[in-house]
Write a protein that binds this ligand. Structure first.
Ligand SMILES: C[S@@+](CC[C@H](N)C(=O)[O-])C[C@H]1O[C@@H](n2cnc3c(N)ncnc32)[C@H](O)[C@@H]1O
Length: 293
């Protein structure tokens, strides 16, 4: 028996918060399922790149696409592109339309998401591969572009992901991504509680908490050059939190009451991290150097 509106995967998620297994991200995203009641738009799991403060609900489906268009715009057109952590594959349609790749490969550690996104993958002309971002099952120098939208904080190690992205890219290839950096560590019990709630709720390892500078340095350490980074939390985190709060307040989330209460509790922890300046949103572009002649 599960509480009304809860799935078995939800309960597994709650139990896993006490002790996550080898693949915490898949436990979390199996639990969230293909129809996450707090998603900004159906099929999307990113926070969006917003115009405005999040108070206009019609902006949400535009913002989630705009974020992917913005990140994908750095990729070379017409090449072989790898999308790492592709969610429910809505973004693969946008990547395909933005860069018209010769081939598009989408990697996800959550098998149920690849299944749920199968039609979108087909429509985008993409192939889905269930694999870990830190152990990519592809030959060296086989892609012109690697994109990863809002997923790297889940990876077992950013350092290994950057090394893998560098390895599979051809010389001159581009990495374009977004990430959730931790600007400073928590101070005092209120901030510590918020940080622990976020880490446990989203199945994150303590190493997920890395500063923007550390993330950029890790990319450089893997060999990337021409690294450009920008913090855009004002246009991403702030409006997304406002949008979700408004939706919960208006009872428009459509989810079961107990899940709504759990979501509200998590939202207030996220508010603490954002409002006190612990959290931001990072856009990063980098290039693998050309071969020396
Ligand atoms: C916050 S969601 C973002 C999904 C999608 N990029 C979007 O923006 O809608 C994080 C995604 O990363 C995937 N993921 C987490 N850890 C991963 C790993 N180690 N390797 C590959 N994918 C991973 C999850 O399954 C999920 O699809």
């Amino acid at each position: 028996m599960t509480p009304r509106g809860w799935t078995r995967a939800n309960l597994r998620h709650v139990l896993a918060m006490l002790r996550y297994g080898a693949n915490p991200a898949a436990t979390v995203y199996d639990s969230i399922g293909p129809d996450f009641f707090l998603a900004l738009a159906p099929g999307w799991l990113n926070l969006g790149l917003w115009e405005g403060d999040g108070g206009d609900p019609s902006e949400a489906p535009v913002a989630v696409r705009r974020l992917v268009e913005r990140i994908a715009a750095a990729l070379p057109g017409g090449g072989d592109v790898l999308d790492v952590g592709n969610g429910l594959a809505a973004q693969d349609l946008v990547i395909a339309a933005t860069v018209r790749p010769r081939s598009l490969t989408a990697v996800n550690i959550t098998w149920s998401q690849l299944e749920a996104g199968r039609d979108r993958l087909r429509e985008a002309g993409a192939r889905g591969v269930c694999a870990d971002a830190c152990d990519l099952p592809f030959a060296d120098v086989s892609f012109d572009g690697v994109i990863s939208v809002e997923a790297a904080f889940h990876f077992p190690s950013r350092e290994r992901f950057f090394r893998e992205a560098f390895r599979v890219l051809r010389p001159g290839g581009v990495l374009a991504m977004s990430d959730l950096p931790t600007v400073r560590l928590p101070q005092g019990p209120r901030e510590a509680l918020a940080a622990v709630a976020m880490l446990r709720g989203w199945g994150l390892r303590p190493a997920a908490a890395a500063s923007p500078g550390t993330i950029v340095a890790t990319a450089a350490g893997a060999g990337f050059v021409d690294i450009r980074s920008e913090l855009v939390g004002d246009r991403v985190v702030a409006p997304a939190l406002r949008f979700v709060r408004d939706r919960l307040d208006a009872g428009r989330d459509g989810g079961p009451r107990t899940l709504g209460l759990a979501a509200r509790a998590m939202l207030s922890q996220a508010d603490v991290l954002w409002e006190r300046g612990l959290l931001d949103y990072l856009l990063l572009e980098a290039r693998k150097p050309e071969r020396k002649s």
